[in-house]
Write a protein that binds this ligand. Structure first.
Ligand code: DC
Length: 236
C-alpha cells in the first residue's frame, strides 16, 4: 500500500467495519474517522431505512421478503459519502431519520432476500479507496475479512439519550421513554433475528462509549486503524 489503506498493485483497499447497536454513536464516529483517514464513509443503516420507506410507499408489508426485495431491487438506491441517501433523483435523507423509519428498517432488515441484495451492493462499493462501513453485520457477514473491526456499544440509557437529542435537533417530537423503548425493541429484534444478527465479531476491538466523548472514541478508533494498517497482517 502506498497510502494508508488505499489500493495498491491489484490489492483492494482496506475496509474498516464498525458495528454496534442502535444509538451507540457509529454514524458520528464512522464519519469522523473516514474524514480523518481520507476514506469513503458508508452508512448501511441508511440503505435499510430507505428500503423500509419505499416498501411502505409501495403498499408492501415490511415482513414480505419477496415483495420488499423486489422494491429494493427496482430502486436506484445511492448512499453518498456525506451520509445522504437517494432513490433515483429523490432525496430521502430527511425522511429516513424518524422513529417510524427506524422501526421499518429493523423489520425489513430481518428479511433474507433484502439482506442478500443490500450486502451485495455494499460489497460492490469496496475498491480503490479505503472504506469505513457502519452497520450491524459488517464485520461478521458483509466484510468478514475487513482489515479492522470495531464493535461500538454503550448503555441503553445513554444510547436513548443520544437518539433523543438527534430526533429533537431534526425537529421531531419524541420523549425519552419512547426512545428508550424503541432502542430496547430494536436491540431485541436486531440481535434475535435468524439472518446475520447483530453480534460482536470474534476479532473485533470492543469500545464501550458510555463514559466517553465523541472525540475520545474517534481518537481511539483512528489509533486502532493506523496501527493495524501499518502492520503487514493488517493489510487486506
Ligand atoms: O443504524 P440504523 O439505526 O440506521 O439502522 C436501522 C436498522 O437497519 C437497524 O435497526 C437494523 C438495520 N441494519 C441492519 O440490519 N444491518 C445493517 N448493516 C445496518 C442496519
Amino acid at each position: 500500500m502506498n497510502e494508508l489503506g488505499q489500493a495498491d498493485g491489484g490489492r483492494r483497499a482496506a475496509v474498516v467495519a464498525i458495528d454496534g447497536p442502535s444509538g451507540s454513536g457509529k454514524s458520528s464516529v464512522a464519519r469522523a474517522v473516514a474524514a480523518r483517514l481520507g476514506f469513503v464513509y458508508l452508512d448501511t443503516g441508511a440503505m435499510y431505512r430507505a428500503v423500509g420507506l419505499l416498501a411502505r410507499e409501495a403498499g408492501v408489508s415490511p415482513d414480505d421478503d419477496e415483495a420488499v426485495t423486489e422494491v429494493a431491487a427496482a430502486a436506484d438506491l445511492r448512499v453518498t459519502g456525506d451520509g445522504r441517501v437517494y432513490a433515483g433523483a429523490r432525496d430521502l435523507s430527511a425522511a429516513i431519520r424518524t422513529l417510524a423509519a427506524g422501526e421499518l428498517a429493523s423489520r425489513v432488515s430481518a428479511l433474507p432476500g433484502v439482506r442478500r441484495l443490500l450486502a451485495e451492493r455494499q460489497r460492490a462499493l469496496a475498491g480503490e479507496r479505503g472504506l469505513v462501513v457502519e452497520g450491524r453485520d459488517i464485520g461478521t457477514h458483509v466484510f468478514p475479512d475487513a482489515a479492522v473491526k470495531i464493535y461500538l456499544t454503550a448503555s441503553p440509557d445513554v444510547r436513548a439519550e443520544r437518539r433523543l437529542r438527534q430526533l429533537l435537533a431534526a425537529g421531531h417530537e419524541a420523549t425519552f421513554s419512547d426512545v428508550l423503548a424503541d432502542v430496547c425493541a430494536r436491540d431485541r429484534r436486531d440481535s434475535g433475528r435468524a439472518v446475520a444478527p447483530l453480534r460482536c465479531a470474534d476479532d473485533a476491538v470492543v469500545i464501550d462509549s458510555t463514559a466517553l466523548t465523541l472525540d475520545e472514541v474517534v481518537a481511539m478508533v483512528e489509533d486502532v486503524v493506523r496501527r493495524r494498517l501499518r502492520t503487514p497482517e493488517g493489510v487486506s
